[in-house]
Unconditional design. Structure first.
Length: 117
């Protein structure tokens, strides 16, 4: 039983590390200006529009996964288990990150519709 718990803990840790390292890179890539778009006369580069759509799609998928995590967590019966507490903390962390991502998407959408002069 302890071996299975350690195996699950390692898998969860690897998944969180992979997601945590991939997430900031995708946000950085979405925010970095594209040199080919600087010559465009339109106020909003096409690349930014596709990045916004990609972020919206990612956000929807992440919300579905987060809901699944919360549902799975509800079925864990032992409330004193440190592993359950770790999962609770991770769910909370993902909620905060998704809220931040949703705010950025909303702000990018507003900038798209109301470009600065």
């Amino acid at each position: 039983m302890k071996d299975a718990s350690q195996r699950i803990r390692k898998l969860v840790l690897m998944a969180v590390m992979a997601a945590a390292t991939a997430f900031p890179i995708s946000l950085t890539a979405a925010q970095s200006p594209n040199k080919s778009d600087t010559n465009s006369t339109s106020p909003i580069p096409q690349n930014q529009n596709s990045d916004l759509e990609a972020m919206k799609a990612d956000s929807k998928k992440m919300h579905v996964i987060l809901n699944q995590m919360q549902t799975n967590l509800a079925f864990v019966t032992n409330t004193n288990d440190p592993l359950k507490h770790q999962f609770e903390l991770e769910v909370e962390m993902w909620q905060m990150l998704l809220s931040q991502m949703d705010r950025r998407i909303e702000e990018m959408g507003r900038r798209e519709h109301n470009p600065a002069p």
